[in-house]
Design a protein around this ligand. Sequence first.
Ligand SMILES: [Zn+2]
Length: 157
Amino acid sequence: MFDGEEFIFDDRRDTYFLGSEYFARQYAQNPPAHRYEWGVLLDMVGDAQLEIYQEKYSMSWPKTRLLVQRIWKTADRLGVKEFIPRRRYEIRDDHLPLNTTAHIPTCDIIDFGYPQDSSFDRGKSYWHTTQDTPDKCSALSLAKVGWVVLEWLRTEK
Ligand SMILES: [Zn+2]
């Protein structure tokens, strides 16, 4: 769990990934005895209308591409159709410092698609607004993602 991901007051001054950048720097500068083989970033996976595409950065690095393919294959085996095996969205997220600074192959599992809510002003997304309320979330979505990741982990050697 990383903090300060979007602790932004001024775009020109503040960085997006305070927690993960700090973690990645520490991991690189003071290597612990244990080494992480993989990282799986879970972000916005509680969407009630769950649709998880393969994130483009995660598909661009050979190691994380393999990781993505294994996880999506697990979802397919379990019949979790919300993991859609197509690329969509290129997301600057906490997996970037983990890959580039810490060198931990980390993929991003993220639902970045927002249904267009007709009740919302001019058909805009409710992301980053006060209209992003708990009714847009679902415990079942969280359970599905948790199940897929847990099952992938169980089969990972
Ligand atoms: Zn994020």
